[in-house]
Design a protein around this ligand. Structure first.
Ligand SMILES: [Zn+2]
Length: 127
């Protein structure tokens, strides 16, 4: 395989041991969530988006961001959603709120809501 030369001239910024540990734990948690939401064991990078159900490459989203004192390693604070839903969340189009064991998704513009019951439980495979 032909590779283009890396354009980066400066080394990547070093992260602290603590941050390194946190990141690897985050990756582990994401993998775990994807496994729970996944429908297919063949490709574990793809799973069903928790919000729209689309089968896609998912991003890990923190319901409560770090800036809001959210814990990126708390299973209850993390959902795996597709990139378009993720964009909606970051742009404030979609609002996520936790209500007990359920996750309430609100589309701000239309005030349409969707309740995802027991969202931290593995999805039931229906197919
Ligand atoms: Zn989605």
């Amino acid at each position: 395989m032909k590779r283009t030369e890396l354009k980066r001239r400066t080394p990547l910024k070093k992260i602290s041991k603590k941050m390194q540990k946190q990141r690897s734990q985050e990756v582990k948690l994401k993998k775990q969530i994807l496994k729970e939401q996944g429908r297919c064991g063949m490709d574990d990078s793809r799973a069903a988006c928790l919000i729209c159900g689309k089968w896609a490459l998912l991003d890990k989203h923190e319901i409560k961001s770090r800036g809001q004192c959210g814990n990126a390693l708390d299973r209850k604070n993390c959902v795996c959603i597709c990139s378009s839903c993720h964009e909606g969340c970051t742009n404030g189009i979609i609002k996520l709120t936790v209500d007990g064991d359920d996750l309430v998704v609100t589309w701000v513009k239309t005030s349409k809501t969707k309740r995802i019951l027991n969202y931290t439980q593995p999805l039931e495979v229906t197919a």
